[in-house]
Design a protein around this ligand. Sequence first.
Ligand SMILES: C[S@@+](CC[C@H](N)C(=O)[O-])C[C@H]1O[C@@H](n2cnc3c(N)ncnc32)[C@H](O)[C@@H]1O
Length: 235
Amino acid sequence: MDLVIDKLDDNLKLREFAARHQIPAVSDIGSSKLKYLVTERNEQFLFKDLRRKKSHFFSLDLKPMNVDKIFKSNFSKCFLSLDKNLQVFDSTAGLLNDSVHIANMGFQVTAVEKISWLYEVMQNELDLAKLGDSVLENINLQYGNSLELAEKMKPDVIYFDPVFDVKRKATAKQPMELLRSIASDKNPQDCIEQLLDCCSERLIYKRHKKQKSTFQKFITFSVIGKSVAFDVYQK
Ligand SMILES: C[S@@+](CC[C@H](N)C(=O)[O-])C[C@H]1O[C@@H](n2cnc3c(N)ncnc32)[C@H](O)[C@@H]1O
């Protein structure tokens, strides 16, 4: 099981959260089949990797960004020359790191997440972080399937960052490890074809450097980093 709560945890907010997302309450949290334990403290949901020996609880909070670093990054090169009035649609919200990055570049962002509990946790984190950072007001997080929502919204710019289907040697930070172990995004090619049809300006696809590009003849330019690459399809 991916996510569980401790049967002995009587926190009401946690119990209601677990009921809304069908997260089971278990008594044997030491079982080898379980992945993450979730609890709630001081208005924040916290997670613990049950497969690690010395693991501790961590949150999925939104970290403030260094604006200088943002404008020097490979990521921001994909947004160059785009009018700041264009609507950016983050089709793979996840932990919202990239949405925060895009909002810090001056765009309005609609971010969509298909995992219901992750959507609720990130909406909670966004609401908490908005109190200290007004840029985050420019992010509108929605729950659902972005392929369907993009079809309805027909956004200007679409950003697509599926979970990579590549075996990695290095381990990531705990929140990203959690995302990788609970989300499986198959067939990026099919999604790209669909998303390309929906956007009017640009599609930006983040992939692992080792993963092949798709629809190569439609790629306007690529930005290749140490392990991650971005393919930019300009309409
Ligand atoms: C690699 S993560 C994205 C990480 C994100 N860019 C960030 O900065 O944290 C991919 C996320 O997209 C979500 N996702 C994949 N396909 C989706 C779809 N069709 N609609 C909505 N969310 C989707 C997955 O559940 C997962 O949380």
